[in-house]
Design a binder for this molecule. Structure first.
Ligand SMILES: NC(=O)c1ccc[n+]([C@@H]2O[C@H](COP(=O)([O-])OP(=O)(O)OC[C@H]3O[C@@H](n4cnc5c(N)ncnc54)[C@H](OP(=O)(O)O)[C@@H]3O)[C@@H](O)[C@H]2O)c1
Length: 279
């Protein structure tokens, strides 16, 4: 087998490649944890909500996610609650992860929040809150995990999640769009340094994915508004698994040649027809 063929394998039994999912209790993060476990990785799952993380652990223990718990698998999911907005505590968190895992092979940063408010009411404390969890915590985790001992010596892969709100008019989402745009701006320059350490980093720009976050505003819509939103997505609104599949690919060795890029996953939203002409 050539070295390259060897890298194409799924994570083999017992190899203990640890992936960290930040924002694992719900939505895209949770779907990614499930998929990574099924693919044979070991996973550290973090968020603030202890109960949903424990529920995920119970699902795993019950064999619904990944293989049944057995001697070879019983330690493959670690729950490590953390409030990523407390940036000053992230050094301790990263040390704990490094102790647990011996160094991670990848991280999805899926922790995020958004509040829809008119620009004139979007005061500085809200800007700080939004940037802390969506942006600054991601920068700080990447800085800390790029240090020796925090990631595996053979390399690692980091994935960040941005939003269409950084690219198109989205009423009430100026701060959220700015926080996500900053993540995208971070990727090329930071990747230039990370690649020298054998760390890859990529971003996804997501259209509307049906999770707790998007349901907050979808549920407030009238039936006509919901129809109009659906019409903007020729392939339908996204499911958490649609994003998780691509995240798992970017985290894996199959994406060994890809870094510094930002990919759009939007169910055809960007290429939809906005006016109709008979053909
Ligand atoms: N859904 C979409 O349509 C969409 C579109 C574009 C981009 N995105 C981005 O994709 C990412 C995942 O979104 P989602 O839709 O899956 O959202 P979600 O269902 O609301 O999940 C967000 C996750 O972030 C965690 N989180 C929030 N604040 C945190 C904090 N201070 N510390 C630790 N964890 C925190 C939440 O857990 P706890 O509350 O338990 O802490 C939860 O696990 C976000 O960055 C979001 O901006 C989503």
């Amino acid at each position: 087998m050539t070295a390259r063929e060897g890298q194409k394998r799924e994570c083999p039994e017992g190899e203990r490649r640890w992936m960290l999912v930040a924002g694992a209790s719900q939505g895209i993060g949770r779907a990614t944890v499930r998929l990574l476990l099924k693919e044979g990785y070991s996973v550290v799952a973090s968020a603030r909500g202890v109960e949903p993380l424990e529920e995920l652990a119970r699902e795993y223990a019950g064999g619904k996610v990944g293989p049944e718990l057995g001697p070879a698998h019983k330690d493959r999911l670690k729950i490590l609650p953390c409030d990523f907005a407390q940036i000053e505590k992230l050094q301790d968190y990263v040390s704990n992860v490094a102790d647990l895992t011996g160094g991670i092979s990848g991280m999805l940063y899926a922790a995020g929040m958004q509040k829809t408010l008119p620009l004139t009411q979007s005061k500085f404390p809200l800007a700080e809150e939004i940037f802390r969890v969506n942006t600054f915590a991601a920068f700080e985790l990447i800085r800390l995990f790029a240090k020796k001992g925090a990631y595996r010596p053979e390399g690692a892969s980091f994935v960040l999640l941005s939003s269409m709100a950084a690219h198109e008019g989205a009423l009430g989402k100026a701060l959220y769009g700015a926080a996500k745009g900053a993540l995208e701006g971070f990727i090329p320059a930071a990747s230039a340094e990370l690649v020298m350490k054998k760390i890859r980093m990529n971003g996804l720009v997501l259209g509307v994915v049906q999770t707790g976050m998007s349901m907050q505003f979808i549920e407030k819509m009238s039936e006509d508004q919901k129809k109009a939103l659906q019409a903007e997505y020729p392939l339908g609104l996204g499911e958490p698994e649609d994003a998780a599949q691509f995240v798992a690919y970017l985290l894996s060795e199959k994406a060994r040649w890809i870094t510094g890029q930002t990919f759009t996953l939007d169910g055809g939203h960007s290429v939809r027809t906005t006016y109709s002409e008979r053909m």
